[in-house]
Design a protein around this ligand. Sequence first.
Ligand code: COA
Ligand code: AMP
Length: 636
Amino acid sequence: MPSSYAEVYRSWQEDPDGFWMDQARAIDWFEAPEKAFDPDQGAYGRWFVGGVTNPCHNCLDRHVASGRGDQAALIYDSPITGTKRSLSYSEMLAEVEAFAGALADKGIGKGDRVVLYMPMVPEAIVAMLACARLGAVHSVVFGGFAASELATRIDDSKAKLVVTASCGIEPGRIVAYKPLLDAAIAHSHHKPDATIVLQRDQHRCELIEGRDFDYAELMSANRGRKVACTPVAATDPLYVLYTSGTTGQPKGVVRDNGGHMVALEWSMHAMYGLKPGEVFWAASDIGWVVGHSYIVYAPLLHGNTTIVFEGKPVGTPDAGTFWRVIAEHNVAALFTAPTAFRAIRKEDPQGSLISNYDLSGFRALFLAGERADPDTIQWAERVLGVPVIDHWWQTETGWTIAGNPMGLGLLPVKYGSPAVPMPGYDVQVIDDAGHPVPAGTLGNVVVKLPLPPGCLPTLWNADERFHNAYLAEFPGFYKTADAGYVDGDGYLFIMARTDDIINVAGHRLSTGGMEEAVSSHPDVAECAVIGIADSMKGQIPAGFIVINSGVEKSDEEIEKEVVRLVRDQIGPVAAFKTVMVVKRLPKTRSGKILRATMQKIADGQEWKMPATIDDPGILDEIAAVMTKHGIARKAD
Ligand code: COA
Ligand code: AMP
């Protein structure tokens, strides 16, 4: 390996605290931290204890003060509405101060939670940074989630206020957010005091007198207002982002202020190789961790211009959209999910639309969010002629666990591997009993504690759940819930989840949560939902239902109702469209549904008859139903 990565990684191994204290110097502190990691603080140790800072100051004020005021902080490019808008660092600061003033007038202060249910518009980023400015804790909910998911998040975070928009825009349809928000508030036990609604011309909504306030009116009343940054502890929470757990109850991943900024700032130059002033584009959504880290905080911390893209890789208007955005805004690096590239490739297999654009300023493509299949990486390398870099991380970590660090000098690429661990992460592969496995052997991928700065210190109001979910099974390690192996050169290969989480178009979803929705159908006696391989989305969910005896409706009718139920309870993002009625589900003698075997059958992988199976004949029945639905490719 070239020395740079190896040297940097070794320097962290030799002196972890010294390494991170050095990186912390890139951040403005109102009071400098006393030390890097303090194992005695919080339930499981905390980073940069004693440090006092503010993330909004670091993202905006300090750049304006250092002469970056006229540089674009954010470029909004919305092919779906035909809108483009650029906001300089000074303009962004003014917008954020005005909105922070409006929030403060509504009683929002340090530690209060604010839920954001917003499409990809600049106002969403303004709202996030305004919360950060006040020391309030934002919790962004992805627009593709249904009302009940929103209600769960309002309840768990006990949000004092919700910021939303009248609508989101999906190809071919307007998603009216206000009825979803109203339904969520009606269902939630905890009621927010107020909502602020951004009215969009595509679809305006009614406001409830006394509860709902108009974004534009509040902004015009507050323009020009100065609102100081509230000093916050490095260890105070900046945001809570809910992510799928193993049940329908999502996990509230907590991000702190200090460690988060230090890690993201380091990653911008070391991992992504960006210099301040350059344009960075994460084609994701602010509802996901990629959006939090790399649309909002990291690029702004680093003095970059960030792109807020409201559109899809294909169909808005065509598979050349990404190339247009890169050329038009001189994007140096793009970060997206492999699915986006599979979608583009399907529409434009030769990548011929690329030649319509000048991509000479484009240096690298970064992929994450799901396993990057070698075929997609190689296609992207071929048509773009730039490095295509897979990197692996999770909502919980907030930044790269393993990657090929562009800023430290790229290592040779091994297709199918996100390369090597970043400083801060001592990644190991162990068997179920906790013993290290030899190179090349599949096992549980774990990270030796402590986790580096930026990773979750705990779950929102749920220390015990945090401990049980991540720390209890392998004492001394954080369980990633990914299975994989390390090869002889130290490259990591991430192969699958060890729990019931599936990855649909780079979106993390829980099959357990979907089962809860499916089984709420009155005619469903029992069910199983598994993730099956999909050439475009990586995985898609498939449901198997056993219907109560005596039900008179047709199977097709119930299947349709179940699909509708999941869409209504979880949201369209679940992409739950396949349901099959079966007579029985395959189970072990102790009653455990054999989901893993069902998945192998669906994916055409080799499978063995489990020794503990209750009735071997059921698997043949299931395989036959799958074949009938065109799913099982090889069930032998
Ligand atoms: N608000 C409301 N609905 C949304 C939504 C949002 N923000 N985002 C997605 N949806 C809906 C879609 O409209 C679709 O609904 P439909 O069933 O009525 O068609 C459903 O959720 C599934 O959406 P999606 O997964 O986006 O699939 P798609 O078929 O519409 O598009 C791709 C396919 C490949 C273009 C799309 O998945 C994509 O851009 N993927 C990139 C992945 C990505 O950015 N991941 C983020 C992590 S890095
Ligand atoms: P999320 O929390 O939505 O970012 O999803 C995290 C999960 O996505 C991980 O635990 C992995 O299962 C998967 N994942 C993310 N990036 C990669 C990658 N580069 N390679 C393989 N799997 C990945």
